[in-house]
Design a protein around this ligand. Structure first.
Ligand SMILES: NC(=O)c1ccc[n+]([C@@H]2O[C@H](COP(=O)([O-])OP(=O)(O)OC[C@H]3O[C@@H](n4cnc5c(N)ncnc54)[C@H](O)[C@@H]3O)[C@@H](O)[C@H]2O)c1
Length: 636
């Protein structure tokens, strides 16, 4: 764009640009002086010798001062308020120097005093005015030649102003035709020259009357509820809409306010950012050796990112996925924050390997996020679920205690509550292993929560892929519901929970209200710009081990608040460590003889609430029966 303006100037002017700019400004100063003279002497020019004798002195002073203030570049089409302020400062400085020179150095006392003031005012008006004029002309040329999108801004606040400043620059491809705001009293005011044309509720009609091509939501601090309302109104306009990044992202310096993006599911479904007590978390992480298992996974990798923000002495990441670790290491190396990074490709179930890693790095805190989590897959691989989610954990707890690790945090899941799947029951046994462990020097804590949005293989990821590929959306049941939070929020709360966890605690993260997957699919559909007529929804039937809805706690468990509003502490029936160990030994025998029926029976013995499909019954009848029993129990 700059080149384009340059090309419009004749070659001769371009070559001697600096001289032209200086001469032009000199001419303006001369005009100001002559005009001041005319005004002072009733439109006549007496004392011409004095006038034209002092003019060169004034011009030189003004040009030198203008160049000192960086006002000789001539790119006046980009002029803004800061240039006007600089012009004012340069004129005042130049006038002071001129007055001092004339009065104190040259002793020219006959120079009319009012001319000092009149000339300064006129120079200011001309030097600033010419810049404004060039900008207006350049803008109108740009508007006439560049195809621009007519944009309507949602939000006439501070962010709206910044957005207007950014996108009204030449070449942005946007032209803001107006703003709307929640606050009706703003109607009629102008934001950097852009009128506030109505309230947010009037969006559908205003978008139509102003022939808008795109809507920009310019409220980085919008709550999820506000965002849902904006999106609903934008959808009614039928116009494409985007949003500015969130306040957190802007403040973190990752993105600029004008890096507009599509509205994402997290903007609507997640919850408003959690206030984390950074100090309490930092105290427990800063300068320590922290180990994260399952580090290449959704939860593990976010744990690594957030832990690094608190500058541990060393962060040891462990995962069996070599490719996953490659990418994680690549990413974390850019945000080391002074910490040492150690990346170990290892199976956490391999006790000898883990013992060697722990002996070498001596972690003080362990976050255990390595696990198998896919319910239908684990139904077909029962032994593997038991091996990875139970025995690997049991071995790891022992290894951690051997090296005097101070805290061990198990990442659990809402599927551990009244489990209907092998995955869920193994997570519950994991919680029991942690809570029943005798209190020695190591504090063992489990943190339980529901689904996180967009994690590997999650329902959101599957639906998004189907939408991209124009395939029907597959949902197992029209009524299936799940709890959701963003990965960032879940992990922030895990860290917060870790900072208050006492030995044996199971801490429960508050998940808000469950979301119907069918509604989630419809929202995703709309966000991708497709209608329900274009995309089919197919109900495939509940899969083995899958529940219609998840629960966050057992009926027998008491849920107590903690000092942090979104973290609760669960008080359940205590389980004896020796009892758990006895069961574990028997489970090991069942697993070694590879008998799925016996493994399930043993798991049920350990977790009586575990319900699984008895041979011969259909999945649908099994799930519905367990649903009815649970509802009856909750009513009772
Ligand atoms: N994703 C969710 O919505 C969610 C919600 C609540 C709880 N959780 C729990 O969080 C944990 C992690 O979930 P995720 O979504 O990050 O899963 P994920 O599949 O994205 O990550 C798990 C990681 O663990 C690794 N891993 C598995 N077994 C291992 C082993 N034996 N040795 C080394 N590495 C191993 C895998 O390679 C993978 O990188 C699970 O226990 C899950 O139940 C997940």
């Amino acid at each position: 764009m700059l080149d384009r303006y340059r090309l419009q100037m004749p070659g001769f002017v371009l070559k001697h640009r600096a001289w032209f700019i200086a001469s032009f400004q000199a001419l303006l100063v001369l005009c100001s002086l002559v005009l001041a003279w005319l005004l002072r002497f009733d439109f006549s020019l007496p004392h011409r010798l004095l006038l034209f004798g002092t003019a060169p002195v004034l011009i030189v002073i003004r040009l030198v001062v203008l160049s000192q203030f960086g006002l000789m570049h001539g790119w006046w089409q980009y002029t803004d308020v800061s240039d006007a302020i600089d012009v004012l400062k340069a004129v005042l400085t130049g006038s002071a120097v001129f007055f001092f020179l004339m009065f104190a150095v040259l002793g020219v006392v006959s120079f009319p005093r009012s001319i000092y003031i009149l000339e300064a005012v006129l120079s200011m008006v001309m030097l600033a005015g010419v810049r404004l004029f060039f900008r207006i002309v350049a803008e109108s040329i740009r508007r006439g030649t560049t195809p621009e999108k007519r944009v309507l801004l949602v939000g006439a606040g501070f962010a709206g102003q910044m957005v207007i400043r950014e996108i009204e620059r030449p070449g942005s491809g946007y032209h803001v035709v107006g703003c709307v705001d929640d606050d009706g009293s703003k109607s009629g005011i102008r934001l950097r020259g852009v009128p506030v044309i109505g309230t947010i509720n009037e969006l559908p009609i205003l978008a139509k009357t102003h022939k808008v091509d795109e809507i920009l939501i310019a409220i980085p601090s919008a709550t999820k509820a506000q965002m849902r309302k904006f999106v609903e109104l934008c959808e009614r306009t039928g116009v494409r809409f985007k949003t500015v990044p969130t306040r957190q992202d802007i403040l973190s310096g990752q993105v600029r306010i004008d890096e507009f993006r599509d509205v994402q599911l997290e903007d609507l479904l997640g919850r408003d950012p959690v206030e984390i007590n950074l100090e309490s978390v930092k105290k427990k992480i800063h300068d320590r050796v922290i180990l994260v298992t399952g580090a290449a996974g959704s939860i593990g990798s976010e744990l690594c990112r957030q832990i690094l923000e608190d500058s541990p002495q060393k962060l040891v990441s462990v995962d069996q996925s070599e490719t996953g670790m490659f990418y994680l290491n690549l990413e974390l190396s850019e945000h080391k924050n002074g910490s040492q990074l150690v990346c170990c490709v290892a199976d956490v179930g391999d006790c000898e390997r883990m013992r060697a890693i722990f002996a070498e790095h001596r972690p003080e805190v362990v976050f255990h996020a390595a696990a198998y989590k896919h319910v239908p897959v684990m139904e077909k691989n029962v032994q593997e679920a038991v091996k990875n989610n139970i025995f690997a954990l049991s071995g790891l707890l022992a290894v951690a205690e051997e090296v005097s690790c101070s805290t061990f945090v198990l990442i659990s899941s809402d599927k551990a509550v009244n489990p209907t799947s092998v995955m869920g029951v193994t997570k519950r046994v994991g919680e029991l292993l942690v809570s029943s462990r005798p209190a020695n020097s190591m504090t063992c804590v489990s943190v339980r929560f529901g689904n996180v949005l967009g994690s590997n293989g999650s329902v959101v990821a599957v639906l998004q892929k189907q939408l991209r590929n124009n395939e029907p959306l597959t949902i197992t049941h029209p009524e299936i519901k799940r709890f959701f939070m963003t990965t960032r929020e879940a992990v922030s709360l895990v860290l917060q929970a870790f900072s208050i966890g006492n030995h044996g605690d199971t801490l429960l993260l508050e998940m808000g209200s469950p979301v119907r997957i069918l509604d989630l699919a419809r929202t995703l559909m709309k966000l991708s710009g497709k209608s329900e007529k274009e995309v089919k929804i197919k109900f495939t039937g509940l899969r083995e081990g899958e529940k219609l809805f998840e629960e966050l706690s057992y009926l027998a468990e008491e849920v107590h608040p903690t000092i942090f509003p979104k973290i609760n502490r669960i008080h359940g029936t205590p389980t004896h460590w020796l009892e758990v160990q006895r069961h574990l030994d028997q489970l090991r025998i069942c697993a070694s003889i590879d008998e799925v029926g016996r493994i399930r029976a043993k798991l049920k013995e350990m977790v009586p609430e575990y319900s699984y499909r008895a041979e011969g019954s259909t999945q649908e009848s099994f799930t519905q029966t367990s649903l009815i029993l649970r509802k009856a129990a909750s009513v009772g």
